[in-house]
Design a protein around this ligand. Structure first.
Ligand SMILES: O=C(O)C(=O)/C=C/C=C/O
Length: 503
């Protein structure tokens, strides 16, 4: 693994190399220490990685003021070409420090190195390049009409920056989701105050270093570390001096942020929780469906908002499918991040593992059959001080059980048989969430018919988590509000005006 990402110039200096690196906030082009710090723990072994500067209210307000100043300064007047070039330079910077970003994501989350390489950091680069290219090719709408008196009328739409965007990003895909918001926000000429999760400060800190090195004007990008309630997240989302908030995380936090945004009628974009379903019809490619459900249930230790926690399998293949999925699940390699062939690492923290294990206990209390897993793997080494949990398959619960209705956000899925298309569609839609669904079938018209009836923002057919960054991404019901991706991001991160001219 390449140099430790925390050996950046902003980590501890040489003379106290033995002490723990300190991750600072980045405000108005400068690195800022704060009075209070919190610990960043490696979930593989429970060891301290770094201390992190917690932004208090004054620090958050300083970051917002810096962004406000920059928003009124030259940044909003930069050309699309200039902004696109800067975004590509940021992408270049991530590429040049690729191994540092991989090490940062792995240190904070314990995820497999190959996942950090092929998903997290690769998407960090792609997010900047996608929006850099999009703004260079995007068109605006224009309408020609004739007034009653015969005069020619021209209407055209312009997109202007919103101003200062508050970005609150989660710990499950730290760099991917932070850059998924920062890239379009900057591309559309806004300034940003970003608060990553307290669980995963490292890659966000590296991003600030890369953005600084890329030469973005001071105040255009600001990074603050901290927690949610009574901390940086709350101070940011309740400030009257930000113009919009974009948040990915738990639905109840989204609701709290929305209440704060209501005060100032702020625009919000939320990608929240889910209780996603995977539906396997008897006519599916059996092996592909087993492999696909394995991935959609256990990728990133089940810590992806798109993961399948509910699996419905047509009754005629149910027993065979459960046996096959059990077999494949028990072959998953749960190991150190850098281990050869590792499939799954720990959960992001001991606290989150406790939550997931409480659902493993609840499943038993609700009468579930534990097909496999249901506990904690024993390694006999430092991983036993980590936050590992067994990948788990349960069955036998009703659709009203808490384990089949509440988001667990861990390596667990409940699998149930179904008999008819109408039945399974009704069961998939019987959820307070509506983010994503998967359908496995080789029957083309059925795929379209079923997918069109799911009350979700996203449906994958014979695949999962396949992403075209130009498509709308987001959920319905408790899973969120708004869509980001492609022009949907351009619209959210813009103030859209219509200009009407009588020629
Ligand atoms: O792939 C994306 O752009 C995205 O937003 C993924 C979100 C996953 C959340 O857990």
């Amino acid at each position: 693994m390449a140099s430790n990402p925390l050996s950046s110039p902003h980590a501890a200096s040489a003379q106290d190399a033995v002490s723990t690196p300190l991750l600072r906030c980045f405000i108005d082009g400068a690195w800022v220490e704060t009075a209070r710090t919190f610990d960043n723990i490696n979930p593989v072994n429970g060891r301290l990685i770094s201390r992190v500067c917690e932004a208090d209210r004054d620090t958050v307000n300083a970051a917002i003021s810096a962004a406000n100043r920059a928003a009124k300064g030259g940044w909003r007047g930069t050309s699309v070409t200039e902004r696109a070039a800067l975004l590509h330079r940021i992408a270049d910077g991530i590429e040049q420090r690729f191994d540092d970003f991989v090490a940062a994501e792995v240190a904070d989350t314990g995820r497999p190195v190959h996942q950090a390489r092929t998903l997290d950091v690769a998407r960090g680069i792609a997010n900047f390049r996608t929006f850099a290219d999009l703004i260079k090719t995007a068109s605006s709408e224009m309408f020609e009409s004739t007034a009653p008196d015969g005069a020619k009328i021209l209407n055209y739409v312009v997109r202007k920056p919103l101003g200062t965007i508050g970005i609150i990003s989660p710990w499950n895909l730290p760099l991917l989701l932070l850059t998924w918001k920062v890239a379009p926000a900057l591309a559309m000429g806004n300034c940003v105050v970003a608060k990553p999760s307290e669980e995963t400060p490292s890659s966000a800190t590296l991003l600030a270093e890369v953005i600084q090195a890329a030469g973005l004007p001071n105040g255009v990008f600001n990074l603050i570390h901290g927690f949610g309630p009574d901390s940086a997240g709350q101070f940011l989302s309740t400030s009257p001096h930000i113009d919009a908030i974009t948040f990915t995380g738990e639905s109840r936090t989204g609701s709290t942020i929305m209440k704060a945004a209501a005060e100032g009628v702020k625009e919000v974009s939320f990608e929240l929780g889910g209780k996603n379903a995977a539906v396997v019809f008897a006519d599916a490619d059996f092996d592909a469906a087993v492999a696909g459900v394995l991935r959609s249930s256990f990728t990133n230790s089940g810590q992806v908002c798109l993961c399948s926690e509910r699996v419905y399998v047509e009754r005629s293949i149910f027993d065979r499918f459960v046996a096959a999925l059990k077999d494949r699940t028990e072959q998953l390699r749960i190991d150190f991040p850098q281990a050869e062939g590792v499939d799954m690492g720990p959960l992001v923290s001991h606290a989150h593992r406790d939550k997931v294990l409480s659902y493993y206990r609840l499943a038993r209390e609700e009468g579930a059959i534990i097909v496999t897993g249901g506990g904690v793997p024993v390694f006999g080494d430092e991983r036993d001080q980590g936050a590992y949990a067994q990948p788990t398959i349960i069955t036998g619960l009703s659709d009203t059980a808490r384990c089949t209705r509440e988001e667990i956000f861990g390596p667990i899925c409940h699998i149930a048989p179904f008999d008819t298309e109408d039945e399974v569609i009704a069961r998939v839609n019987d959820s307070p969430y509506g983010l994503a669904a998967c359908v496995w079938t080789t029957h083309l018209s059925r795929a379209h018919r079923v997918a069109a009836q799911f009350e979700t923002g996203i449906v994958w057919v014979n695949t999962w988590f396949t992403r075209d960054l130009r498509t709308p991404f987001g959920g319905t019901k408790l899973s969120g509000m708004g869509r980001e991706g492609g022009r949907y991001s351009m619209d959210f991160y813009s103030e859209i005006s219509n200009i009407c001219i009588r020629l």
